[in-house]
Write a protein that binds this ligand. Structure first.
Ligand SMILES: Cc1ncc(COP(=O)(O)O)c(C=O)c1O
Length: 428
């Protein structure tokens, strides 16, 4: 690896890539009628673009430290891989039922039952090609054209786009994630959105990108408000096992079982992002409609991955515990390093593997002729100057913030934040 200070070579590469590394979120409409107007209005996934760019720079031999990954850097456990190999050897290689193999649906009912405290039968479970597809299919099954979906902000980048493709309209609910525990939900604002006709809430705790984990009190107060309303809750609980400081995951399904669809999967908890298995569990009418959507689009998820997922969720919990502990340790290292940078404000993440620092005090500056006005500019500057890849949180509805993933080694965390500090000092 070349040292990151080899600036000349790097500048050339920067020039080359900055051409296609377009920091505008919304793409221009594709001409020539190749895309429908719906799809051409979708935003690019800025997270995937930055990861791809960082990877490309790495491939060129540049010592890039990437804080942009949205996936654990751990390996899929061996016992899971063995189950997949067995599936191939046993010729478990055909279509399964569209909603997933029965044994897996039963196991998922049990698995989500344990994490939520709600009893599910297999008919209430859909197995999809990733949690993302599960959410999308549930949205398609649930929404009528123009129906309003409440998305807490900051939000995972794909929610508003999925709502849009499914024909709905996103309305945002601002979460005060910097506030102390138990005081983060602005229920008045939520009531206002409900009064204005919103009928679906897309909840996400533990939260990507902010790392907050809603407490039992917060969930209960939310449930009390929602139970008086005609609303469906889609609760994305994909990070439920990556939770710190002895906290417990509380699902809103515990209080509103008849109107909550819980989404989970193996991607984050079992380091299985590439296997593409996610689940949804909830009311039978919604699940069977979502299964129909799936049947006519992808058929069943990959049979081999289903066997792997079955092994993961029914196997020993040690690997999940080890991953959780490793992330907590890294969180501590990253928070302590970041808090030494004067001008950065940070809410300590309670779960997930993301940090969401407020970097607004470094904006509207210029250094060496380069203007740093937005958090997009700041991410560009950090990549350009010190080869550290972060994600501008504009992509998550929060300008003035950047997202750092600590799904990377401890040495990288320490030296990456050190590089950031030197670059930010020049702006200060
Ligand atoms: C909040 C959230 N939900 C869902 C997903 C998608 O998970 P999967 O890879 O299983 O589709 C992600 C992935 O980054 C996520 O952050």
């Amino acid at each position: 690896m070349r040292n990151y200070s080899v600036v000349k070579h790097i500048s050339l590469i920067y020039l080359k890539y900055s051409v296609y590394f377009n920091f505008t979120v919304h793409k221009e409409k594709v001409s020539m009628g190749l895309n429908s107007s719906l799809v051409s209005e979708l935003s690019d996934s800025i997270t995937l673009r930055i990861s791809a760019w960082a990877e490309e720079l790495k491939r060129q031999g540049i010592d890039v430290i990437s804080f942009s990954a949205g996936e654990p850097d751990f390996l899929t456990p061996d016992f899971v891989k063995e189950a997949a190999k067995d599936a191939i050897d046993d010729n478990f290689t055909r279509y399964t039922p569209a909603a997933g193999a029965l044994t897996l649906r039963e196991a998922v009912a049990d698995y989500i039952g344990k994490s939520t405290g709600v009893r599910y039968s297999y008919e209430q479970v859909l197995v999809s090609s990733g949690a993302k597809q599960a959410i999308f299919n549930v949205l398609v099954a649930t929404l009528t054209p123009g129906e309003k979906v409440i998305v807490p902000r900051p939000y995972w980048v794909s929610y508003p786009e999925m709502v849009r493709i499914a024909g709905g309209k996103t309305v945002f609910w601002d979460i005060n994630f910097f506030s102390s525990n138990d005081d983060r939900l602005n229920l008045d604002q939520l009531e206002h959105l409900l009064d204005n006709g919103a009928s679906v809430l897309l909840l996400n705790s533990p939260n990507n990108p902010a790392g907050y984990v809603l407490t039992d009190r917060e969930i209960l107060s939310l449930a009390r408000l929602l139970e008086r309303r005609d609303i469906t809750v889609i609760s994305d609980e994909i990070y439920d096992k990556i939770i710190f400081d002895g906290r417990h995951h509380i699902s809103i399904a515990r209080y509103l079982p008849d109107r909550t669809v819980v989404v989970n999967g193996v991607s984050k908890s079992f380091s299985m992002t590439g296997w593409r298995i996610g689940f949804a569990a909830g009311p039978v009418d919604i699940i069977s409609l979502a299964a129909k959507v799936q049947a006519h689009t992808t058929s069943s998820p990959c049979s081999i991955s289903q066997k792997a997922a079955l092994a993961a969720i029914t196997g020993p919990s040690e690997t999940v515990d080890a991953v959780r502990a490793a992330f907590e340790h890294r969180r501590d290292i990253a928070v302590s390093a970041l808090s030494q940078i004067e001008g950065i404000a940070l809410a300590v993440p309670e779960g997930t593997f993301y940090l969401l620092p407020d970097v607004s005090s470094f904006l509207n500056r210029s250094v060496d002729g380069e203007k740093v006005v937005t958090s997009f500019d700041l991410c560009k500057y950090l990549l350009n100057k010190v080869f550290v890849a972060c994600v501008p949180a504009d992509a998550f509805g929060l300008p003035g913030f950047i997202r750092l993933s600590f799904a990377t080694g401890e040495t990288e965390i320490i030296s990456g934040i050190d590089r950031m500090r030197s670059a930010l000092l020049r702006l200060g």
